[in-house]
Design a protein around this ligand. Structure first.
Ligand code: CA
Length: 224
């Protein structure tokens, strides 16, 4: 999962980065609204935007307005001042999905991040089921036929991206985008190696990662 944080308070941003990275996400940070806008326009494959509203250069509400104006459905969690009720309402009206008023607990923020990124996965709990394979997003544990599967952080990240897109083709470039932060290098060859390892661990019974030659991978649907 890849998250963009737009927050000009460096101390708060550092806390968010640490907390979200420790829960396994790839996280990028910008400190003003115009950089946030640029990062969002250049089409990185973010799964979530955490957007402070009181940003220099371009107000958070403007960043949000422009994002939705481009037709993006990216989940957005806005951060507002404790007394910022009016801004909060404006943000929600402009298409923010959730908000947190400062100060907030990082634990609650992590739970809300999980809830938002689950959207579209068809689950309301923190587990994703795919036949005999169950992924617990909160605990970062996967089980197959009720047995724990030992996966590295990268393999878990990869599995999460594929589980969020069952039955859909995911290119190697998309996988790199969802797994890596700016400045992090993961080659297409490395992705092939991770996929190879993941397959050996989870391809039992009906669970199958198909290779679409030259295009990417697809976690195949399991017929009911
Ligand atoms: Ca601010």
């Amino acid at each position: 999962m890849r998250i963009l944080i737009a927050e000009d308070d460096q101390v708060l941003a550092d806390g968010l980065l640490r907390s979200l990275r420790s829960s396994g996400a790839a996280v990028d940070h910008v400190a003003n609204g115009s950089e946030a806008d640029t990062a969002l326009i250049t089409g990185h494959e973010f799964d979530l935007l955490i957007l402070d509203l009181g940003l220099p250069k371009l107000h958070g509400l403007e960043v949000l307005r422009k994002l939705r104006g481009r037709g993006s459905a990216l989940p957005v969690l806005i951060l507002t001042a404790a007394d910022g009720i009016e801004e909060r309402v404006k943000g929600l009206d402009l298409g923010a999905d959730d908000y947190m008023a400062k100060p907030f607990s990082l634990q609650e923020l992590e739970a809300r991040v999980r809830a938002l990124t689950r959207r579209g996965m068809g689950g309301t709990s923190h587990t994703i089921r795919h036949g005999p394979l169950v992924y617990d997003q909160a605990g970062r544990v996967a089980t197959l036929n009720d047995r724990m599967v030992e996966l590295s952080a990268r393999e878990l990240g990869l599995l999460e991206v594929l589980l969020q897109r069952v039955g859909r083709l995911v290119s190697k470039e998309q996988l790199v985008e969802h797994l890596c932060e700016w400045g992090e290098e993961v080659s297409n060859n490395a992705i092939e190696v991770y996929i190879h390892r993941l397959r050996k661990k989870i391809e039992k019974g009906p669970v199958r990662i198909a290779t679409v030659r030259g295009l990417g991978y697809c976690l195949e649907k399991i017929p009911h």
